[in-house]
Write a protein that binds this ligand. Structure first.
Ligand SMILES: Nc1nc2c(ncn2[C@@H]2O[C@H](COP(=O)(O)OP(=O)(O)OP(=O)(O)O)[C@@H](O)[C@H]2O)c(=O)[nH]1
Ligand SMILES: [Mg+2]
Length: 447
């Protein structure tokens, strides 16, 4: 399993601290010395390690203490948070162009997993985001590269654009985008050729494709098993092509984890997906916080930390409930709720976890991410005063908000009306409930 060595070493380090009531500055130092070694051994870039250790030390010493955690757990909490931050803090999603199709270029070295990932991504986009992608075969060099993609297309019953291997990849890419426009595909995934090393010919060709199709997303596919090499490859590709995202493949193998832990910090490019196997459905959105917990592998401590945090959230929920009852709810509260829903992950997955849930009925639950995005954009285009008191939004402000969020005045009006209706409804409902114990949460509208 990936990260095994690292997980074991970190756990051993933290185990030593267990049972100690107080952790001194010297303890923290000792602990961090071991964390540092563990990270280096896992092939994490040494500059990244240095900064990481310093950041944790700085925060672990002299920070506010959560009542329910021991100082040792406190340090683990900081390590967990910093690990998450290292890998990008929040989940970074695939681009969605304002005007379809969203053009995605898949690039990377030979054997990294570009073609496989192209198929996996097409499958993901259709299944999870309800999209209609077109795959394009722009690798004309490797024998059977086109066949490989076409086979994937057949397996998925999804179209593959190909012009054979006698046509320039730039023309293939352009042709694919044109066909996608005609046939109303909302994504075009361009599978490009790989080379053994980063070389000028390859980069030149990729740059010409980029120039021709102006992709919304350039995803570098890298093999996580190659450790620091993966990071170096990412750096050169990023210099030449200005990557927008990284896909780490073969995380199912026994990688030491160095690539996953350093590539974002070194290149500034977020990891968007992780390949977890050879099968078509083994592609997962990359969640930094989940990966961090997996590396720390400390179910007990982490759930304790979570609980401590939930208590804070519960207080906040009570506050919200009170606001609802008195109809003081603002758009700031609304954004906060939206974030919480987002943090839980895709709603259909979440629902599927409920024991006994009717899996068939769940199939029809589709959460329209772009709709949520639109609502969020509108709210974010409001001034803070407007968020607190939407009634001050007049006609000219509505126009500006619509413009700022790339929506229409009708969209803005609809949201404002729904928000008011929701507030009214909340008030009625909470009044009806009377003094019954509230649930401390509320349903978002429009979903
Ligand atoms: N275990 C595992 N294998 C993977 C993963 N992703 C890809 N592979 C395997 O890696 C090998 C190479 O994958 P391809 O998709 O052909 O790689 P490519 O980057 O298109 O290679 P070229 O076209 O030659 O440049 C195949 O055997 C895949 O099955 C993954 O996440 N896990
Ligand atoms: Mg390929």
């Amino acid at each position: 399993m990936a990260f095994e060595g690292l997980a074991e070493r970190l756990q051993a380090t933290f185990d030593k601290m267990k049972g100690r009531g107080k952790v001194s500055e010297a303890d923290v130092k000792e602990m961090m010395r071991e964390v540092r070694l563990a990270l280096l051994e896992a092939d994490v870039n040494f500059k990244v390690v240095k900064k990481f250790v310093n950041d944790v030390k700085e925060r672990a010493v002299g920070q506010e203490v959560m009542k329910s955690l021991t100082p040792g757990q406190q340090v683990i909490k900081v390590v967990n948070e910093e690990l998450t931050k290292l890998m990008g803090e929040e989940q970074s999603k695939i681009a969605l162009a304002q005007k379809p199709p969203t053009v995605v270029m898949m690039v990377g070295l030979q054997g990294a997993g570009k073609t496989t990932t192209t198929g996996k991504l097409a499958n993901f986009l259709r299944k999870k985001n309800n999209r209609k992608p077109l795959m394009a075969a722009a690798d004309i060099y490797r024998p059977a590269a086109i066949d490989q993609l076409e086979t994937l297309g057949k397996q998925l019953s999804m179209p593959v654009f190909s012009l054979g291997d006698q046509v320039n990849p730039v023309d293939i890419a352009t042709g694919a985008v044109n066909q996608a426009k005609e046939e109303h595909h909302d994504y075009v995934l361009i599978d490009t050729a790989g080379r053994l090393h980063v070389d000028e010919d390859l980069m030149g060709e990729l740059q010409r494709i980029k120039e021709a199709v102006q992709p919304d997303e350039i995803l570098l596919v890298v093999d996580a098993m190659t450790g620091q090499d993966a990071v170096n490859v990412a750096e050169s590709f990023n210099e030449q092509l200005d990557l927008t995202g990284i896909v780490l493949t073969k995380l199912d193998g026994d990688t030491r984890g160095g690539a996953a832990l350093s590539v974002k910090a070194v290149t500034g490019t977020p990891i968007k997906f992780a390949g977890m196997g050879e099968k078509i459905d083994q592609l997962e959105p990359f969640h930094p916080e989940r990966m961090a917990s997996r590396i720390l592998g400390m179910g007990d401590v982490l759930s304790l930390i979570e609980k401590a945090q939930t208590n804070v959230d519960e207080e906040r929920a009570k506050e919200l409930e009170k606001k609802m009852r008195t109809a003081e709810l603002t758009f700031d509260d609304f954004l906060e709720q939206l974030e919480q829903v987002r943090n839980m992950g895709p709603l259909d997955e979440l629902l599927a976890m409920i024991p006994g849930a009717n899996k068939k009925a769940l199939k029809n639950v589709q959460v329209d991410e772009s709709q949520i995005g639109r609502v969020e954009a509108i709210v974010r285009s409001m001034t803070s005063h407007e968020k607190q008191q939407p009634s001050v939004i007049n006609a000219s402000r509505k126009r500006r908000i619509a413009k700022g969020s790339g929506t229409s005045i009708q969209d803005v009006n609809r949201l404002l009306k729904q928000f008011e209706d929701m507030k009214k409804m909340m008030k009625q409902m909470t009044n009806m409930q009377g003094k019954k114990k509230g649930k401390g949460g509320f349903q978002l509208p429009f979903m």
